[in-house]
Design a protein around this ligand. Structure first.
Ligand SMILES: [Zn+2]
Length: 283
């Protein structure tokens, strides 16, 4: 087993509980993938007592709806990821399912009461070429409408598409509760999100040595609009970058957030926790 494939040790526990706002427990990671129950219990040991599990393709959305019933620490989100949406639309998705049928199933799964999030949806200019951008925009708009119809929180995936995301939200109107997951913009975009009443969620990349611009963006977000997430198994925080990520590693990111905002760690945790309760309701 290589060290790169090994899960890091548990960090020092947080002084107050927080929720992991966005993770993919169903995606196996590392040389020895860990069972869901272990990932949830390790997180609870270090103060991450609630987790938003995001199912962002058909299989993973189906898995999510079952998992949130089996595990009280989980709430769920379902969507077609923008990269999957493009492939459902052009007929190249490995499931063989077309876009309309795929979105209809997501809309159905989204009605489960413990599914509180429509997401992740949005635009991805990094993995999908220009030929798929119209399909992504259509899917994004369908998910916005679904979040509004069902009164659920929208979680946005924005990869190299800041201006286009803002334009779609301006045209269609954002749902009442809108979250930029794994925020990747600068301070100007962060301020714009805050001004429009949206929420900003930071992942482990805010701890990276070269993430100065992201930390500057974080510094303009008020505590009441801030969330923390792993986006696990990706984006493992420093000092474990490159190894498998999981919700129990949130304390590294939470400590960085408190440092950047110059607030006591317990206060930052309490604020993030309260914001999650406001957004998602009781777990
Ligand atoms: Zn994600």
């Amino acid at each position: 087993m290589s060290r790169a494939g090994e899960y890091p040790d548990l960090p020092e526990p947080l002084p107050a509980p927080v929720a992991d706002n966005h993770t993919h427990i169903d995606i196996p990671a590392g040389d020895e993938p860990r069972p869901v129950g272990r990932l949830i219990s390790d997180a609870a040991v270090v103060g991450v007592d609630r987790i938003v599990q995001i199912g962002c393709d058909l299989d993973s959305a189906r898995w999510t709806v079952e998992a949130i019933d089996a595990h009280p620490a989980l709430l769920g989100g379902v969507a077609l990821h923008p990269n999957d949406a493009a492939r459902h639309a052009d007929g190249t998705h490995e499931s063989g399912v077309g876009y309309d049928e795929a979105f209809a199933e997501i809309a159905d799964l989204a009605r489960a009461p413990r599914v509180r999030v429509i997401g992740e949806t949005g635009l991805d200019r990094y993995r999908t070429g220009p030929e798929g951008w119209d399909a992504q925009a259509r899917s994004f708009r369908d998910h916005i409408a679904l979040a509004k119809e069902l009164g659920k929180v929208l979680q946005i995936h924005d990869r190299d598409a800041h201006a286009d995301i803002i334009e779609v939200l301006a045209r269609d109107g954002a749902p009442d509760r809108t979250v930029f997951h794994c925020f990747s913009g600068d301070a100007t975009l962060a301020r714009l999100c805050v001004d429009r009443g949206w929420y900003v969620s930071f992942a482990g990349n805010v701890t990276f040595k070269n993430a100065g611009e992201l930390r500057t963006a974080l510094s303009v977000v008020p505590l009441g609009r801030l969330l923390v997430e792993t986006d696990a198994p990706y984006l493992t925080p420093h000092p474990h970058r490159g190894r498998p990520n999981a919700s129990y590693l949130v304390p590294w990111t939470m400590r960085e957030i408190a440092t950047v905002l110059e607030v006591p760690l317990g206060e930052a945790c309490a604020a993030v926790s309260a914001t999650c309760d406001d957004l998602y309701g009781p777990w």
